[in-house]
Design a protein around this ligand. Structure first.
Ligand SMILES: [Zn+2]
Length: 211
């Protein structure tokens, strides 16, 4: 028999706060309660209309070391899908800026203007479920479900941006190739026109291209 104890509102509040956030054994150890005492507190809280459970929700998600978010998709490289896509996007953007530098100022101006209008649209952000009246188990579960929904939402948006960036890169690459082709044709023309003099210009251009 455990000796009867006097429950203060503070004691009950602590049970309500912690119940469901850890396995029951741990909860009892932490609050220094016997099984019966915990049962009593839970019943008492429920009779007061407090949604409480000792059922523990085992977390399904892991924390991504890069963004610090709880994620469902930590791959073999240990980072989440949104972080992986962000890196991929950065690499493509970097390549795009390199290619942009090889366009003429006029071409660049046209691209900057048209690309700005191509912004990828995001789906509406998932909303968290209201947690009023939920017990700790249901709250923890709802919270993870929301995190997972946010992750899927972010990944879908980033995937769209990666795709758009890839297309942009291809379009600019094509333009750059076209510039190179034209330049070569011009150079060949000049060389045929026969001037050892023009060689200097060609060397200069070649230099710039390599930069
Ligand atoms: Zn991440």
């Amino acid at each position: 028999m455990t000796k009867p104890r006097v429950w203060t509102t503070g004691d009950l509040k602590r049970v309500a706060e912690l119940a469901g956030t850890m396995p029951e054994r741990e909860l009892r150890r932490r609050l220094k309660l016997s099984r019966n005492q915990l049962k009593y507190a839970v019943n008492r809280l429920r009779s007061l209309g407090v949604a409480v459970t000792t059922r523990y929700y085992e977390p399904q998600l892991e924390t991504c070391p890069v963004c610090g978010c709880r994620r469902a998709t930590l791959g073999k490289d240990g980072i989440c899908e949104p972080c992986r896509l962000k890196r991929q996007l950065e690499e493509i953007e970097w390549r795009v800026s390199e290619l942009m530098a090889r366009l003429t100022p006029e071409q660049r101006a046209v691209y900057e203007k048209s690309e700005a209008q191509r912004e990828s649209r995001a789906d509406p952000m998932p909303k968290p479920r209201p947690t009023d009246g939920l017990d700790g188990y249901e709250r923890a579960k709802a919270s993870e479900e929301h995190d997972a929904a946010m992750e899927a939402w972010a990944a879908a948006y980033l995937k769209r941006r990666v795709k758009a960036a890839q297309k942009r890169k291809e379009r600019i690459q094509e333009k750059v190739n076209e510039n190179d082709r034209r330049r070569n044709v011009r150079q060949e023309g000049r060389e045929e026109a026969g001037g050892g003099h023009q060689g200097e210009g060609a060397r200069h251009e070649g230099h710039r291209r390599g930069a």
